[in-house]
Design a protein around this ligand. Structure first.
Ligand SMILES: Cc1cc2nc3c(=O)[nH]c(=O)nc-3n(C[C@H](O)[C@H](O)[C@H](O)COP(=O)(O)O)c2cc1C
Length: 267
């Protein structure tokens, strides 16, 4: 983490490609945001604040249409510079969510599906699923380095339950790649993909779309796919997700009793 941070502090902002620039705004924004909630506010995180300031200037210069990110980063810098008490906005009341038990029941009913109806999912629905999953996933240091390529099947949606067949017949096949330039820990890239894919499956279920996440589904050549999708050599395809409107009412496999996976330990 620290090695990455100090290396990135020194890189020339003009040399960053647009994705790297946005990643750094997310990453340094996250660190400054933590610094304004620290007792040592003002001194702690000053180098990161300065980097974020330079990054926002560059973001303004390039027409990347990421106004919300720019607004967020600018607000964090202003708050950092105000040197007031630590920035904790107390919540006024508990989150107002109706039907909590229904939401939990809905989440528990999500299941993998390997057979789909003979129809495709509209582009807008797929975008909504990815948008929701992306925003609700926790991502390491808010880097946001994931890329999703949705390949639409135009042939037959009939086939079998094995991975090879799933990838041939699924109405939509999502390739989920991550850019490893931004990470020092070898597990972080895959953890981000895991976080995102879990949210993706839930968001899809909310819109009546189901599918199957495949980790070891390498029926492709990475170099060829990167070339075809216009991704850089830094992108690695971590997962493939088959999606569509479900045909099969797949039984939900029971999970172990929660006591088998959860222990409480009092300090
Ligand atoms: C990382 C990961 C990789 C998976 N890989 C495959 C796969 O290659 N083929 C497959 O049919 N299912 C795959 N699955 C789906 C699991 O088999 C499925 O989630 C599990 O059996 C539990 O069923 P449920 O999702 O309906 O609760 C994968 C799931 C995850 C999280």
């Amino acid at each position: 983490m620290a090695r990455f941070l100090y290396h990135q502090l020194r890189t020339d902002i003009k040399d960053l490609d647009d994705y790297m620039l946005l990643t750094q705004v997310g990453y340094f924004g996250h660190h400054v945001e933590k610094a304004i909630k620290h007792q040592n506010k003002g001194a702690r995180g000053l180098d990161k604040r300065n980097r974020l300031f330079e990054l926002t200037k560059e973001l303004e210069k390039r027409d990347l249409r990421e106004e919300e990110t720019l607004k967020w980063a600018t607000h964090i810098i202003e708050e950092f510079d105000s040197y007031q008490s630590i920035y904790i906005e107390r919540i006024s009341s508990d989150l107002e969510i109706e039907k909590r038990e229904d939401i939990l029941d809905f989440m528990k009913k999500r299941t993998s599906v390997r057979f789909w109806q003979n129809k495709t999912v509209d582009k807008e629905v797929i975008s909504k699923i990815i948008d929701t999953a992306f925003i609700c996933s926790a991502l390491s240091c808010n880097r946001q380095t994931l890329r999703v390529i949705c390949v639409n099947n135009k042939d037959s949606f009939e086939g079998d339950s094995n991975n090879n067949s799933l990838q041939k017949k699924a109405p939509h096949l999502l390739y989920i790649a991550n850019d490893d330039r931004f990470f020092t820990d070898k597990y972080e890239t895959s953890l981000d993909v895991g976080s995102f894919c879990s949210s993706l499956m839930l968001a899809a279920s909310a819109l009546g779309v189901s599918g199957c996440w495949m980790y070891e589904g390498k029926f492709h050549d990475d170099d060829e796919l990167r070339k075809k999708f216009g991704l850089s050599k830094h992108h690695y395809f971590y997962s493939v997700m088959a999606l569509g409107y479900p045909l099969d009412s797949q039984e939900k496999p029971p999970r172990l009793n929660v006591n088998k996976v959860l222990d409480f330990y009092d300090l």
